[in-house]
Design a protein around this ligand. Sequence first.
Ligand code: S3P
Length: 193
Amino acid sequence: MEKVFNLLKAGVNMKNIALIGFMGTGKTSVGIKLADMLEWSFVDTDKLIEEKMGMPIPDIFEKFDEKRFRLEEKLAVEGVSNNTNQVISTGGGVVLNKDNVVCLKQSALLICLKANPQTILERVGHDSSRPLLAGENPLKIIINLLKLREPYYQCADLYLDTSEMTVQEAANEILYQLQKWGVSDVRCNKGQS
Ligand code: S3P
C-alpha cells in the first residue's frame, strides 16, 4: 500500500471507509470482510441502486441508460454519506463525478483498490453483470478504461493492489496500514486471521 503521510494532517474524516477502484478489484468482498472485522455496517451503492430501481444494473443500463444510472449513483452516495461507521463499497465509475468524490470525502477515508488488467479479467471479465465490459475483447476494454480512469482514482487517501491477495489478506493489510499511520478511530474488533 502506498503511504499517505499527511492523512491526519489533511484532517481525513474517519466516520466511514469508502472503497473505490475499478471493477474486479475486490471492493465488495474486501468491504464485507473489513466491515465484519470492524463491526461496522457494510453498504454497497450498487446494491442500493438495484434495490431502489427494482432491477439489476445491466437492466438499468438497458431500460434507461448510463446517465440515469449515474444519477442514481449520485443519490446513493449522498444517502450513505449521512451515516457513520460504515464500510462503503462503491461502483467503479463513482469517481467520474467530482460531486461524488467531494461528498464521500466529507465523511469517509477513501481507499482505492487496484488490480492488474489480467486479474480483473479473470475476476469479472465474463460476468454479465458488468455492462461496461460487454464486448468482444473485454481485456482491451479493461486496459482502455483503466487508462482513462487512472487520474480519477488519484483522489484516494490510500491505495492497495489486491492482485496477489486473498480477501482476508487485503482486509488485514488495510487495517494494519490504518493503525500504523495512526488512524486511531479504527479498532479491529475481531481477529485478523
Ligand atoms: C461500473 C462498475 C460497476 C457498476 C456499474 C458501472 C463502472 O460496479 O457500478 O456496472 O463504471 O466501472 P463494480 O465496480 O462494483 O463492478
